[in-house]
Write a protein that binds this ligand. Structure first.
Ligand SMILES: [Zn+2]
Length: 105
């Protein structure tokens, strides 16, 4: 019964590209199937989900990153993702994000 299951990460159909944003080297991962985007920060090794804006990436909430890393590829664009994409925050919003995190527990 031991069927090797693709890891959640490998279930996506990633296109990757390297870029620099504000002098920070990043690797962007874009899934051709579900349209989700992740960014790896080369300097820190940190990986997180992002919303791709016209000029920059907006980091999504830690909950969204954790959920997306856990999920595996849904194989299509999900309506729920539009909600997740609204969780993006700039550093100034982190306090609010912390607050809503505590409230939802
Ligand atoms: Zn995917």
């Amino acid at each position: 019964m031991a069927v090797a299951k693709l890891s959640a990460w490998d279930s996506h159909e990633w296109k990757t590209r390297s870029l620099k944003l504000g002098g920070v080297p990043l690797t962007q991962h874009i899934c051709a199937k579900c349209g989700r985007n992740f960014v790896d920060e080369a300097a820190t090794g940190v990986r997180y989900a992002v919303h791709v804006g016209a000029m920059r990436f907006n980091r999504l909430s830690d909950e969204t990153t954790a959920q997306w890393l856990f999920d595996g590829c849904p194989g299509e664009r999900l309506k729920d993702d539009e909600v997740s994409l609204e969780t993006r925050y700039s550093p100034a919003d982190e306090i609010a994000a912390e607050y809503s995190k505590k409230r939802s527990n």
